[in-house]
Design a protein around this ligand. Structure first.
Ligand code: AFP
Length: 323
């Protein structure tokens, strides 16, 4: 089985970018170890703080954030970072070639029940004309991403990574200490009979999503003419991993549950990197009205509706929104 560097070299990825990706993965290996120690390492439970998104911070959120921040800035390759757990962007080397955004621990409410969690990251080009402490340098659409990936801390620790030449999946070999390529090029099946959505929000959704899900639930006897199964992991990283492995449609639509927060998922830390991975595996990612990777961000903590996965199913859902 092949290690990451030769695979990326074969794709002609710049050596500095390879080095940055490997540094991010070194931090993720450390997070993986801490996660696996659980209560033994005293890393479970909440802190007293809230992040900029108004969400309670778990101890692991903070630990993962600090680890990633430290190692990424130490490379000297990065001009600034933006984390879901930080109010503001953090400046690095003014000459750095890259910007990195990350969600250090996605699905952190799963930590206390020993369920799936992960780290999501995205790498953008630095903007020469903007200062290292200028947050507007991050306001680039998802199409500008140079690389994106997630590390899933599950029964095994897995990495999905793209540099724009397909999405590959690696597994952490804990005996050797590195990630080994275990799926050459992920390919999301075009058709699916599996959906993922938090059904408890049903009454808050907009009409197109209500109608789309109603029709799925009618199964064989309804207009879709087939039965659908449902899965919900409550960590986007787990749900997207399933979609990459065997197809499906994952949705977190706009809702009216909280007037101040019509959308839940973060564009820069979750939606854009996941959209890049999904598109590179032959899937589709949209808000229902627009391709996610073409959204021009207005602020670093912006949220967005997400519908992604198997091409035919996502396009069917988009049709409900556009008709
Ligand atoms: P946290 O990382 O803040 O726990 O949120 C995870 C998440 O943003 C995303 O990964 C899940 O898909 C979604 O929240 C789950 O939301 P519900 O609370 O509606 O299940």
């Amino acid at each position: 089985m092949r290690r990451i560097s030769p695979v990326l070299q074969q794709d002609n990825v710049d050596s500095n970018l390879i080095s940055l990706i490997k540094t991010i993965l070194a931090a993720c290996r450390e997070i993986s170890f801490r996660v696996s120690q659980g209560e033994l390492a005293g890393v479970l439970g909440s802190t007293l703080g809230e992040n900029i998104q108004g969400e309670t911070q778990k101890k692991l959120d903070i630990i993962a954030n600090e680890l990633l921040k430290e190692v990424i800035l130490e490379t000297g390759l990065v001009k600034a970072i933006s984390s879901e757990e930080e109010d503001d962007t953090v400046a690095g080397n003014p000459q750095g070639q890259y910007l990195v955004t990350f969600d250090p621990l996605d699905g952190s409410s799963n930590t206390d029940i020993n369920s799936l969690i992960g780290t999501i990251f995205s790498i953008l080009p630095a903007q020469a004309h903007l200062a290292a402490d200028d947050p507007s340098q991050f306001l680039q659409p998802g199409t500008a991403q140079i690389a994106a990936g997630y590390v899933l801390y599950g029964p095994s620790t897995m990495l999905a990574l793209t540099t724009g030449k397909g999405t590959r999946i690696y597994t952490l070999d804990k005996t050797y200490g590195g990630f080994l390529l275990t799926e050459e090029l992920a390919s999301i099946p075009k058709y699916t009979a599996e959906f993922a959505i938090n059904m408890s929000n049903q009454r808050y959704w907009q009409a197109p999503m209500q109608q789309y899900i109603d029709d799925l639930l009618q199964g064989k006897t309804g207009k879709r003419g087939k039965n659908f199964n449902m899965r919900w992991i409550a960590a986007m990283v787990g749900d997207v991993h399933r979609v990459l492995c065997r197809g499906g449609i994952f949705m977190y639509p706009t809702d009216t549950k909280d007037a101040n927060k019509p959308d839940k998922l973060r564009l820069m830390y979750e939606a854009n990197p996941m959209s890049f991975l999904v598109e590179q595996a032959g899937g589709v990612s949209s808000t229902g009205y627009q391709r996610i990777m073409e959204i021009q961000p207005e602020n670093i903590h912006q949220r967005v509706a997400v519908i992604l996965g198997s091409k035919h199913e996502v396009e069917t859902c988009i049709n409900y929104h556009q008709s």
